[in-house]
Design a protein around this ligand. Structure first.
Ligand code: HPA
Length: 272
């Protein structure tokens, strides 16, 4: 079980190497890395060089932490994130957001790729995450509470900041993107879901399903960090269409909309 000093070690190491406090942290999902290439005057860290940080084991996740300016704001951006299916515990998966909090980051934007459970969604659509369902695995906040990082028990009624949801809708105007409000459901992977699991997700109220993000959002909620979540729908979830799911399809759809999506997120960063 980590103590505050564990997270401080990474934060202190980064702080020594940055010229300013980043205002916004961005966590980029599968195939959504190109946004990071737009960061100006970047300082790039390999995850493996940051003390007490984790490393990416997924091919399509670059494993770089990039600090710089995006749309006039100081940002720190994870190009590639960590997942439970890589073998990390939920506690380990709280590291990045806690490190960002200790660095003084004020706002968090998370992006991910997910399968559509909602039959009205289409690949290439965007879902602004309004709420989430995490029934699988532990909470990332399980264990002795670190009071400096937030209370033991905390409210998650509005964990996705309502003003940011409104702002994300405004920014979508004239973006050429189709944008929905929806609920993201976490499944632990790495296998895609079975058709029966997807039917269960639908009954439970999910609009999209994916293997990431909920550890980051819960960690942010505990430490009171305002939060926006954006999902790129890369495929219809299992059993909806008569074809197998693949990560090639997920990455292909994510890269097809990456130009529009990048412009959209930049606009949000500017306005948030
Ligand atoms: N299921 C889980 N994770 C995903 C999917 C999916 O259909 N698409 C992209 N990530």
């Amino acid at each position: 079980m980590y103590t505050i000093d564990y997270y401080r070690r990474s934060a202190d190491w980064l702080e020594e190497r940055l010229d300013d406090v980043p205002e916004i942290a961005l966590i980029l999902g599968s195939g959504l890395g190109p946004l990071a290439d737009q960061i100006e005057n970047p300082i790039v860290f390999d995850y493996k060089d940051i003390p007490n940080f984790l490393v990416s084991t997924v091919k399509t996740h670059a494993g770089k932490l990039i600090y710089g300016t995006l749309a006039g704001k100081k940002v720190i951006c994870m190009k590639g994130r960590f997942h439970s299916y890589e073998g990390y515990t939920m506690e380990q998966l709280s590291i990045p957001v806690r490190v960002f909090k200790l660095l003084g980051v004020q706002k968090l934007i998370v992006t991910n790729a997910a399968g559509a459970v909602n039959l009205t969604y289409k690949p290439g659509d965007i879902m602004i995450i309004n709420d989430q369902i995490k029934l699988a695995l532990d909470s990332p906040l399980r264990g002795p509470n670190i009071d400096e990082l937030g209370p033991r028990f905390f409210d998650v009624t509005k964990m996705f900041t309502p003003a940011y949801i409104t702002l994300a809708h405004h920014c979508a105007e004239n973006s050429g993107l189709t944008v929905h409000d929806g609920t993201y459901m976490f499944m632990s992977g790495p296998q895609y879901e079975t058709p029966a699991e997807i039917r269960a997700c639908r009954v439970l109220g999910a609009d999209a399903v994916g293997m990431s993000t909920v550890n980051e959002t819960l960690t942010a909620a505990q430490c009171g960090m305002p939060l926006l979540g954006l999902t790129v729908i890369t495929n219809m979830a299992a059993g909806i269409l008569d074809k197998p799911l693949s990560d090639e399809e997920v990455n292909e759809v994510a890269s097809t909309i990456s130009t529009k999506f990048t412009a959209y997120v930049k606009k949000i960063v500017e306005a948030i």
